[in-house]
Design a protein around this ligand. Structure first.
Ligand code: ARG
Length: 396
């Protein structure tokens, strides 16, 4: 699963980062390519070889016939489940892939209406939260019809705060579409959805679907006065699942690693930028390098996040533990004869904090374009086409 966001990688000149993704170029929309027979066949063969250990001839003939007849084909529920899990296993930027085989998949391939996509994405949060025993879950919506854009969610995640500077452009877009921000830093942004059939839509995220943890530190009573909080569930909403030549919109998520919140979201200078304030409250002199105030403040934030999630009995991981598990996962993959799974994007899996994690001193192989089921970030649409009235539906 897509994990911590890359730090300090400059974008090429002239490119924007409009909706909080790290994708370089903005595109008005993305049209699903015609379903490629070779990709479909490769997918079916892999599924048969890895899961069923059976002869795929019959299934292949079926897929070919359906493709010839309709220009598209339908994954079986087993194929879909496997595609979703393998896409997680293949997610080179995710440190938490150990759990890939336990991913739950909600098969909502019949849903392409934007209002229903919003409602089911919100329902995803409730189901995945599971009283704090968070279940890694992916919801699969309708595949984009070949040659068309399918339903899309513009937001990077289901739950994002309006006062987070990273989401200023999204906040602006939501406002242009009629959302009213009351100026509260912790206001949850509405979902912005889009499809070439239904145009842009806004959908508020109801407060009762957003579980939040108010942050306290067990040793520092002043910490409570900062009024900090974070949401319990990271649910990525701006990636598609590419499998066997088909593209699906797939909100997905699991639980947090504490550094994602404490060492990035709350700490980065272009995010909530809390390190100077916390260092000052710790009495550390920020004009002296020896105080190492940034690291000291980060550790205090890490502790507060871990402690507060534990207080509320909501699952969260520690960065050292998760890095160790990634190494174990990679050795398991090698033993299973899938050494190519050691495909890791070093700068993403190395979770930021004051102390190095076990993955830090290892180099990895990295092939970003492995042609297997994989997760791909939608390119952020530009504001202008989103604000245009929906186009009449083209005949299929
Ligand atoms: N780093 C992102 C955030 O802070 C979340 C990415 C997904 N992380 C995860 N543990 N599943 O919100």
């Amino acid at each position: 699963m897509e994990c911590p966001v890359r730090r300090d990688v400059p974008l090429p000149p002239g490119t924007a980062e409009p909706y909080g993704t790290d994708t370089a170029l903005a595109a008005p929309d993305e049209v699903a390519p015609p379903v490629d027979l070779a990709a479909a066949e490769r997918f079916v063969r892999l599924h048969y070889a890895e899961v069923l250990g059976a002869d795929p001839t019959e299934r292949l003939a079926h897929v070919r016939a359906e493709l010839e007849r309709t220009g598209d084909y339908t994954h079986t529920p087993g194929e879909l489940l496997w595609a979703a899990r393998v896409a997680w296993r293949n997610a080179d930027r995710c440190v938490g892939r150990t759990y890939w085989n336990g991913l739950r998949v909600r098969d909502l391939r019949h849903v392409d209406d934007l209002g229903q996509v919003a409602a089911d994405t919100i329902e995803h949060a409730r189901m995945s939260f599971n009283g704090g025993h968070i279940r890694p879950t992916m919801t699969v919506f309708a595949a984009a019809p070949p040659g068309r854009t399918g339903p899309r969610i513009v937001n990077e995640q289901l739950i994002r705060y309006a006062g987070d500077p990273r989401y200023r452009p999204l906040r602006q877009l939501a406002t242009d579409l009629g959302w009213q921000w009351d100026g509260d830093r912790w206001a949850v942004l509405p979902l912005v959805l889009h499809s070439d059939r239904d145009g842009p839509r806004l959908a508020p995220v109801p407060a009762d679907a957003v579980v939040e943890v108010s942050l306290e530190h067990p040793y520092f009573s002043w910490f409570t006065g900062l009024g900090l909080r974070w949401h319990a569930l990271p649910i990525i909403t701006d990636m598609r699942l590419e499998a066997g030549g088909k593209w699906y919109l797939v909100p997905f998520g699991g639980w947090y690693v504490e550094t994602e919140i404490a060492a990035r979201n709350l700490a980065d200078p272009d995010r909530l930028d809390l390190l100077p304030e916390i260092a000052a409250l710790l009495g550390l002199d920020r004009s002296q390098t020896w105080t190492d105030w940034r690291n000291a403040a980060t550790v205090v934030l890490n502790q507060a996040v871990l402690w507060s999630f534990a207080r509320d009995r909501i699952r969260i991981s520690h960065h050292h533990a998760e890095a160790q598990r990634l190494l174990e996962h990679l050795s398991r993959e090698s033993r299973a004869g899938r050494s190519w799974q050691e495909n890791v994007d070093w700068s993403w899996v190395n979770l930021p904090s004051a102390t190095p994690t076990p993955t830090y001193h290892r180099s990895f192989r990295h092939q970003p374009d492995l042609p297997l089921p994989r997760l791909v970030r939608f390119r952020p649409p530009e504001t202008a086409p989103l604000l245009m009235p929906p186009q009449p539906r083209r005949p299929n």
